[in-house]
Design a protein. Sequence first.
Length: 87
Amino acid sequence: MDITSLIIQLISGAIGGNAAGAALKKYSLGTLGNSIAGLLGGGIGGQLLGTFVGTMVENFVGDIAGGAVGGAILMIIVGVIRQMMAK
């Protein structure tokens, strides 16, 4: 892993988190919250998914896909937990 891959994963995660927040307004954390959850999820998910997806496709595409999916998943998880705690 290099720093370029990590930056791509973090940016993709923030985009994925905001896209998931826009699609699932019920679980949205707001733009800043979606971005932060997306950044964290992009870094984690990008490392996990990027390893598997990156072996099948170009590493750049694997970094983007892993970051975006990881960011979206973590944002949704945090949104669900936040909503459950509010009840």
